[in-house]
Design a protein around this ligand. Structure first.
Ligand code: C2E
Ligand code: MG
Ligand code: MG
Ligand code: MG
Length: 281
């Protein structure tokens, strides 16, 4: 029996491995080409003030539309880009393009909203990160206060180093937030020393907040701590009125999610801003 199992097991194992690494190599090569050919574009998802319904921000989310393979979701290619280091040129491209776009809308007289750009841990720890940010801000003439960088808790594997970099970013006048908050290395003892502006409560806590007492308790605890430390909180992945009602009741003032809007193309986001300009004036 062992022999049979071994034979089948081994051969299945091998073909699976080979298949996976082949797909992986293909994806890596395609990603390299895509960066050279600039096959990417950026969608923008609104962030809202939950008490007034006002637009307060926009998150840049990179999109890859491959000519033959179609749309490849970020959850598929960002990890590959991170492993291979391709996230460095790609991330730089996203930062520059998104800052350019935000500045363009400001220049056109649309309501000014803060732009959030996701920064992977690999980018965060690049020695020339600060120079790159400064360079982009200078080139695009975007005032630093309109830029926020979203990092994940994975950067806190080295807390002292992470705090140093966060402080340097803060000195530039650029804001920071912790994305997917509550799913990673969080320990309340170090949050105390954290120079960040905002915590983004991970969508997994919002998903069942209306059914699950534990999730609601976690959200409440995050809100309480953030309030004491004078840090903003935003809920991500808000999809329903029930979830929104609980968040409002618990005092969460900012949100993002399909209930308000999916990520929009630059044309659609521009139209949305133009609509706001008309209604606000
Ligand atoms: P994230 O930064 O946490 O972004 C939120 C993700 O949730 C986005 O997926 C967004 O489209 C999706 N989302 C927003 N509202 C809802 C909702 O109500 N329900 C559900 N089910 N989903 C919602 P997306 O665009 O596929 O991006 C996935 C992840 O890929 C991002 O998670 C981020 O970690 C990464 N990513 C995207 N763009 C970039 C980028 O330019 N640079 C880096 N380093 N990472 C990026
Ligand atoms: Mg994000
Ligand atoms: Mg997130
Ligand atoms: Mg995420």
């Amino acid at each position: 029996a062992a022999k049979d199992m071994g034979r089948n097991g081994v051969s299945f194992f091998h073909s699976d491995m080979e298949e996976r690494s082949l797909a992986r190599i293909l994806l890596e090569n395609e990603l390299k080409k895509a960066i050279e050919l600039e096959q990417f574009h950026i969608d923008y998802q609104p962030k809202l003030d939950l008490s007034t319904g006002q637009l307060i921000g926009m998150e840049a989310l990179v999109r890859w539309n491959h000519p033959e393979l179609g749309r490849i979701p970020p959850d598929k290619f960002i990890p590959v880009a991170e492993d291979t280091g391709l996230i460095i040129p790609l991330g730089e491209w996203v930062l520059r393009r998104a800052c350019e776009q935000n500045k363009k809308w400001q220049t056109q007289g649309y309501p000014h909203v803060q732009l959030s750009v996701n920064l992977s841990a690999r980018q965060f720890y690049q020695p020339d990160l600060l120079d790159k940010i400064k360079e982009v801000l200078t080139m695009t003439e975007l005032d630093p206060q309109w830029l926020e960088l979203e990092v994940t808790e994975s950067i806190f594997a080295d807390i002292d180093h992470a705090v140093t970099i966060l402080e340097e970013i803060k000195e530039l006048g650029v804001h920071t937030s912790i994305d997917d908050f509550g799913t990673g290395y969080s320990s309340f003892s170090y949050i105390k020393h954290l120079p960040v502006n905002t915590l983004k409560i991970d969508a997994s806590f919002i998903r069942d907040i209306h059914h699950n007492k534990e999730s609601q308790a976690i959200v409440k605890a995050i809100l309480t701590i953030a309030q004491t430390l004078d840090i903003n909180v935003i809920a991500e992945g808000v999809e329903s009125q029930e979830q929104l009602a609980i968040l409002q009741e618990d005092g969460c003032n900012q949100g993002q999610g399909f209930l308000f809007s999916k990520p929009l193309s630059d044309q659609d986001f521009g139209a949305y801003l133009q609509g706001l300009r008309i209604t606000r004036s």
